[in-house]
Design a protein. Structure first.
Length: 206
């Protein structure tokens, strides 16, 4: 039964404040580096056989401690990248919340495309096809770690949970969290989801 661990990158100075999108040079902040180290320690006992990462800096930064403790190469896999937010890249979230179209990202995401960017539908398709190809090429006992971003991970989990895409934003994926998928033929098991070191009773809805 191959399994996949979906890992969100650690904290950056943009998390919760701006849409970093595909901007280069956005690295983990001090807390994010600590999160990545703690995540690697938590996952170090698992028999991870392959490690893939989004090509974006903050994802590679998060993969690095896990690669070190497990003695693995970081394989860059472009489909794991953040959704293309187009004209909204780099914009502040408080500013974006004032836009009428921002509500669509939560109320009607199945019909939404970022201005001059990507749709949630297309990103979900690319991500899920990529994960299924990894599983198809894997041995039965392989454990594959994939470092990606919040929305792509939520979209994948929604797909494998057979959730309506319009509800995918109900899934919480925190920085430096790990979520698990298990594959056995046509059978798929999901969970645990959003394993983190720090648990909060309060959550801001972006």
């Amino acid at each position: 039964m191959p399994s996949i661990i979906l890992i969100r990158h650690g904290e950056t100075d943009y998390v919760g404040k701006r849409l970093a999108g595909h901007l280069p040079g956005i690295h983990l902040n001090q807390h994010g580096v600590l999160q990545a180290e703690q995540l690697a320690a938590r996952l170090s006992a698992l028999p991870i056989t392959a490690l893939y990462s989004s090509p974006i800096d903050r994802a590679i930064d998060t993969a690095a401690p896990l690669a070190r403790v497990r003695g693995l190469k970081i394989n860059i896999l472009t489909p794991l990248t953040e959704i293309n937010v187009g004209d909204w890249q780099g914009k502040s979230i408080p500013y974006l919340r004032r836009l009428k179209r921002w509500r669509e990202t939560h109320e009607q995401p199945a019909r939404f495309s970022f201005p001059n960017g990507e749709s949630f539908v297309d990103k979900q398709k690319v991500m899920c096809e990529t994960l299924m190809q990894l599983v198809a090429n894997a041995d039965s006992n392989d454990v594959i770690a994939c470092v990606s971003h919040a929305d792509p991970i939520k979209l994948c989990l929604a797909y494998f949970l057979d959730m309506d895409l319009n509800n995918f934003q109900r899934i919480a994926i925190d920085p430096a969290s790990a979520s698990f998928l298990y594959f056995a033929g046509s059978q798929i098991r999901v969970g645990p989801i959003n394993l983190v070191e720090e648990i909060t009773a309060n959550r801001t809805i972006r």
